[in-house]
Write a new protein. Structure first.
Length: 292
C-alpha cells in the first residue's frame, strides 16, 4: 500500500476543520476560526503519526480521546465539565456520522480497506471524503432542526394555576430544561412568571416597587403583612448578568397537570418572556418531579 502522507494530512485538516466548525455551530458557541484551524492541524498531525515507526504505537483509544479533549479545549475553554463533555460528544457524533458515510461510500465504490497500527485506512478518492462531509453535515443539521421543531410543539406547554391568599391566576407555562433556579434557603424550585400575568393575585404596590425591594428597602411601600412574609430574594446568574436578583413569592400552592405542588417559589419577572406572548411562565423539570 502506497501512502501519501501530505494528502492524508491535508484531507484530515479539512475534515477536522469542518467537523469542529459544525460542532460549535450546532452548539451556538461563537469561537475564533484561527483556533479551529490550529486544533485541526493538531488532529491532522496525529492522523499521520501512525505511519511513523515506533511513535505510531501511541495510536490507541485512550490517546484518541485525549487528543479530542485537547482539540476542543484549544477552541473553547469551557469551565463547566458537563458542557465540555457535551461538546466532545457532539464532536464524536459528527465524526462518526461522517466517518460512517465515508465508509459506506468506499464500500459502494469497492474501495480497499487496510489495517495499519490498529487503524483502518480506506482507499478512496478525496471527492468521496468531500461528498461524505457535505452529506453528513446536512444530515446532522436536519436532524437537529427536526428535534428543535418537536421541542417547540405544544407538548411542552402546560396550563399552570397559582394560588395565593384564596386568589387564583391561570397562565400558560412552558417547560424550560435550562431552568434550574432554586430558592437558596428552602431549595424549592423557582417558576419564572411575568408580573402582568399575576397582577390579580399580588398587591399592586409590590409589583410596582420590585426594584426598590430588590435594592434593600425593606419591602418598600408594601403594607400587606401576609404577602410580606411570603417574599424572598433569589440570586441568579445569566449571560451578561453574573449577579442578578429576582423577587420571589411563596404561593399557597400551584396546580400543574392535575398535580398539586406546595414546595415552590414564584420568581416575579418584570418583562415579557415570549415575544409573541404564547406563554407567561418558565419552569424546570424539577417541578414535574414534585408534588404533595
Amino acid at each position: 500500500m502506497v501512502v501519501y502522507v501530505d494528502v492524508i494530512f491535508i484531507e484530515n485538516l479539512i475534515m477536522n476543520y469542518a467537523i469542529l466548525y459544525t460542532t460549535f455551530y450546532l452548539k451556538k458557541i461563537k469561537v475564533q476560526k484561527i483556533r479551529i484551524f490550529i486544533s485541526s492541524i493538531i488532529g491532522a498531525i496525529y492522523a499521520i503519526i501512525i505511519f511513523v515507526p515506533k511513535i505510531g504505537r501511541i495510536n490507541n483509544v485512550i490517546t484518541k480521546i485525549i487528543i479530542s479533549f485537547i482539540m476542543i479545549r484549544i477552541i473553547h475553554k469551557e469551565k463547566k465539565l458537563k458542557k465540555f463533555i457535551e461538546l466532545v460528544l457532539m464532536f464524536y457524533l459528527i465524526s462518526f456520522t461522517i466517518g460512517g458515510l465515508a465508509f459506506a461510500i468506499s464500500f459502494l465504490k469497492s474501495g480497499q480497506i487496510h489495517n495499519y497500527n490498529n487503524s483502518l485506512i480506506i482507499e478512496f478518492p478525496v471527492i468521496s471524503s468531500v461528498v461524505a462531509l457535505f452529506i453528513g453535515i446536512l444530515l446532522i443539521k436536519n436532524v437537529f432542526k427536526n428535534i428543535k421543531n418537536l421541542i417547540k410543539k405544544d407538548d411542552i406547554f402546560y396550563q399552570l394555576e397559582i394560588y395565593i391568599e384564596k386568589k387564583k391566576s391561570s397562565i400558560n407555562a412552558i417547560l424550560d430544561t435550562g431552568n434550574m433556579l432554586k430558592d437558596p434557603i428552602t431549595k424549592a424550585p423557582v417558576i419564572i412568571v411575568n408580573k402582568n400575568s399575576i397582577k390579580n393575585i399580588l398587591p399592586q404596590e409590590l409589583l410596582y416597587n420590585m426594584e426598590t425591594i430588590l435594592g434593600g428597602d425593606c419591602l418598600g411601600k408594601l403594607n400587606n403583612e401576609k404577602i410580606a412574609k411570603r417574599i424572598t430574594i433569589i440570586p441568579y446568574t445569566s449571560l451578561g448578568n453574573e449577579n442578578g436578583m429576582i423577587l420571589g413569592v411563596k404561593p399557597d400552592k400551584i396546580i400543574i397537570e392535575g398535580k398539586v405542588i406546595k414546595n415552590v417559589v414564584i420568581g416575579v419577572y418584570d418583562k415579557e418572556l415570549s415575544k409573541r406572548k404564547k406563554y407567561d411562565a418558565l419552569f424546570g423539570l424539577d417541578l414535574l418531579k414534585g408534588g404533595v
